[in-house]
Design a protein around this ligand. Structure first.
Ligand code: ZN
Length: 504
């Protein structure tokens, strides 16, 4: 009979091998989105699905369950903050999720997702919601089945949310989001009626892609992204993939007539990348070497993109660099104008183009609607009307068609329900962490103005990155900031944008 320590070592060795196999899939995925010739897609799909099946089979093997059971009844997990306890707790969670879903359901879901995404693409092009509605109904039906297989205490949504945000619940999210919603709707309304407008036309001038790429790379490097352990490439849809220790790859795209997309996009992906680069390499393949949740991952990207990248201090050193990079383009632009332009707030239809403040209302709307759809409280046929009503209520605007309304996002067609809230959770966590780091470091603003980013990165490494999944998101926030997650820090942060509009 092996003892619990030997069994734990076996488990860790197996998890690491499974993760290695999975990371081979990540390389293929990166290649698919940046390099693959169009005719190679079928062959790539075959490679990727074979790998995914191998990973799934090894991870759901009954011996993993036996090993977990043995370790769970040993003293190895007594200290619940130990590596072993965290690794066993999170591996158990994932194992149960993977085991409880019958292969037939998983296959049906991926079959329907492919067809639903095709239908969604066509429907969006023609702004024809009725042609997508049956696919949304099918998807929801399968998601309800999934939730019932996995099990839940309060409501089905919790079972789906748990995949992205372990331990979070719909009821808790609703409480926090509701703290945010009223004051945010009021702030955005005041800004919209302030009679002032940010000079966003200065962001829509001539920005040669080569100069953009150079400046964005310089910013990523300055804040601490290690290019010996990562890359920046071009892809249609920007992403960051943490392939493994020493290999974090991010992408962006350049619009020669718009500054914001690439620069802030790169800072965003850099935030994800810094988290991946800060995860402990020795724990690769086990939960202690993985990110806590999508919400915490997003808190890192949003912090560098918005709290650092849109601060006045950051541009003390970067506006002179931008001016020399773009020559005539920025010759007449003052620091005040630049700061106002990059902090523009205005209601708009498309989530991915929304500013930092209104963005959250796009997310709240989706959370409320997807939860109602899943619970059968909102008939699929009534989605466009419900969408319009909320857009009017929250942002004071009416989408001209469904393409710019409920058909704009790919998420639901792919079966991603319970995903949207992680974006706003990211903003909430970022704001609360950022208030804490400012308190702890004392002169964060002055450091940022001098272009010194290592104290901030060091703080994130110490308080967040090095722990991997040791603590769940809510617990991590409480440990790091001494408080439960609250909407107040984000409201304070966004309130400062209101000041530019005289709307406080
Ligand atoms: Zn992100």
């Amino acid at each position: 009979m092996p003892n619990a320590q030997q069994t734990y070592d076996l488990l860790v060795r197996e998890l690491k091998e499974i993760a290695l196999l999975g990371s081979v899939g990540s390389v293929l995925g990166w290649d698919e989105r940046t390099q693959l010739p169009p005719k190679g897609t079928d062959h790539r799909a075959a490679q990727s699905s074979l790998l995914a099946r191998m990973v799934h089979e090894r991870f759901t093997s009954p011996r993993i369950g036996d090993w977990l059971g043995e370790i769970e009844s040993s003293s190895l997990v007594t200290d619940r903050e130990s590596d072993a306890a965290a690794n066993v707790r999170e591996t158990r969670r994932k194992y149960e999720r993977a085991r409880k879903l019958p292969a037939s359901l998983v296959e049906e879901q991926s079959r329907v997702a492919v067809l639903a995404q095709q239908a969604w693409g066509e429907a969006r092009k023609k702004s024809d919601y009725p042609s997508f509605a049956p696919w949304l109904s099918k998807t929801l039906k399968l998601k309800r089945q999934e939730a019932r297989c996995i099990g839940y205490a309060a409501e089905m949504y919790d079972a789906l949310l748990d995949e992205f945000e372990p331990g979070e619940t719909a009821a808790n999210l609703r409480k926090t989001f509701e703290q945010l919603r009223g004051p945010l709707v009021e702030l955005i309304g005041k800004i919209a009626h302030s009679g002032r407008a940010a000079p966003i036309e200065i962001l829509e001038r001539n920005y040669p892609p080569e100069a953009q790429a150079k400046l964005a790379r310089e910013a990523a490097e300055a804040v601490g992204f290690d290019f010996q352990a990562g890359r920046l490439d071009v892809s249609l849809h920007p992403f960051c993939s943490g392939i493994g220790p020493g290999d974090t790859r991010m992408t962006t795209r350049y619009d020669p007539r718009y500054f914001g997309d690439a620069f802030f996009g790169v800072l965003h992906e850099t935030g994800h990348g810094l988290y991946d680069q800060g995860l402990p390499a020795t724990h690769f393949g086990t939960p202690c070497g993985e990110a806590v949740s999508l919400g915490i991952h997003e808190s890192q990207s949003r912090m560098w993109e918005n709290f650092v990248g849109r601060s006045r201090s950051f541009w003390k050193t970067f506006l002179p660099k931008a001016k020399s990079a773009f020559g005539q383009t920025l010759k007449d632009v003052s620091e005040d104008q630049w700061y106002f332009a990059i902090n523009d707030v205005r209601p708009s239809f498309i989530r991915t183009e929304a500013d930092e403040a209104t963005y959250n209302l796009h997310v709240l709307l989706r959370f409320e609607l997807e939860r109602a759809l899943l619970n059968n409280e909102l008939p699929v046929a009534d989605l466009p009307a419900a969408w319009t009503q909320k857009m009017q209520q929250y942002l004071g605007i009416t989408p001209p068609d469904d393409a710019r309304g409920c058909l704009q996002d790919i998420h639901w067609s792919g079966g991603a329900i319970g995903y949207f809230p992680t974006y706003t959770l990211g903003n909430l966590y970022a704001a609360q962490f950022f208030e804490q780091v400012a308190k702890d470091l004392g002169d964060l603003d002055a450091q940022l103005a001098r272009g010194e980013f290592s104290p901030l990165l060091g703080w994130l490494r110490h308080h967040i990155h090095r722990h991997g999944m040791r603590y769940r998101a809510a617990e991590l926030a409480k440990r790091v900031t001494g408080r439960e997650l609250s909407a107040e820090p984000l409201l304070r942060h966004l309130g400062r944008k209101g000041e530019m509009y005289g709307a406080t």
